[in-house]
Design a protein around this ligand. Structure first.
Ligand code: NAP
Length: 287
């Protein structure tokens, strides 16, 4: 049986570097996927020049038809997936305080897309497989200041519906002009991105519970501040360096590591500590 790894949003940035690393270290087929065929195929051509040969498939994580087409293709050709890295993401803001349209796009792509991916691709993940959700330091619970949502999201009986409510609560507040900066750390900056990533890390715990019977591991991680197009080239690491911990997590980490929130240096953090100092500070962007 041929093993299969899939990375979403992998035509550039950290996703492309994860694909590169997998092509060198994973004994199986590696899928580079992209929402735009032109950008996807250009990335494949670049890897081919390096002597690396991923398989390519179009995949827009917000487009149900695109995901369904990809799922059918995988099912037909390989029967399943062994490693899935949910990496696709955007940060399209022009200011530290986002418009409703910007917030909606960020939350749709960075969080709500996980529901469609879960519906179509998770059933294809083979027993003992590994799923890695690329979150952020914006995804640690300490990015929240709102007591109600801190309590709700850290409850052991949290449901997916409640995480959706949290995401929609923020979108409604921005839409109605009632967004309260003091609900979010760092004076409410880049709030929609924090909400989306906190939602991803909270969802990871629920996904882990659901997939436990098949011994599939699901973790979320913060890749560090990385010099990619998303950060307009600001960061402490380049994309290849940032891909190292994701590669470790899907290839080498003990399989007992499950439902965890992991830092770029492989530290497993206590996601539930709302007073921790792990939240994103905008001032780091100017260093
Ligand atoms: N860079 C950092 O410092 C940093 C820090 C914390 C977390 N992260 C997270 O790390 C991940 C990768 O970020 P990056 O820095 O590598 O960003 P990037 O260079 O901007 O790459 C993002 C990738 O996601 C793709 N994408 C966006 N929307 C998509 C969609 N609807 N369907 C499929 N693919 C889509 C982009 O495709 P297009 O080229 O078509 O736009 C691109 O390939 C993201 O989840 C990000 O939130 C990054």
């Amino acid at each position: 049986m041929v093993k299969v790894a899939v990375v979403t949003g992998s035509n550039k940035g950290i996703g492309l570097s994860i694909v590169k690393g997998l092509l060198k270290r994973f004994d199986g087929v590696v899928f580079l996927t992209a929402r735009d065929d032109g950008r996807g195929k250009a990335a494949v051509a670049k890897l081919n020049e390096l002597g690396l040969h991923p398989e390519y498939h179009q995949l827009d994580v917000t487009d149900r038809n695109s995901i369904a087409r990809f799922a059918d293709y995988i099912k037909e050709k390989y029967g399943g997936i062994d490693i899935l890295v949910n990496n696709a993401g955007v940060f399209n803001a022009t200011d530290l305080y986002l418009t409703y349209e910007e917030s909606k796009e960020i939350i749709d792509i960075n969080y709500f897309s996980y529901h469609i991916i879960q519906e179509y691709l998770y059933p294809l993940v083979r027993d003992n497989g590994r799923i890695l959700n690329i979150s952020s330091d914006c995804g640690h619970l300490s990015n929240l200041r709102n007591e109600y949502w801190i309590k709700k999201l850290s409850s052991r009986s949290l449901t997916v519906g409640e995480i959706d409510e949290f995401a929609n609560w923020h979108l409604e507040a921005v839409k109605n002009g009632t967004f309260n900066k003091s609900d979010i750390a760092d004076n409410g900056t880049v709030a929609a991105y924090r909400v989306a990533k906190v939602a991803v890390s909270a969802l990871t715990r629920i996904q882990q519970k659901e997939l436990e019977p098949r011994n599939i591991s699901v973790n979320s991680m913060h890749p560090g501040l990385v010099r990619t197009e998303m950060t307009k080239g600001v960061g402490f690491f380049d994309a290849d360096q940032a891909a190292e911990t994701p590669l470790y997590l899907v290839l080498e980490a003990p399989h007992t590591l499950k439902g965890a929130y992991i830092w770029f240096d492989r530290q497993v953090l206590d996601w539930f500590d709302p007073n921790a100092d792990w939240y994103f500070k905008c001032k780091t962007l100017s260093h």
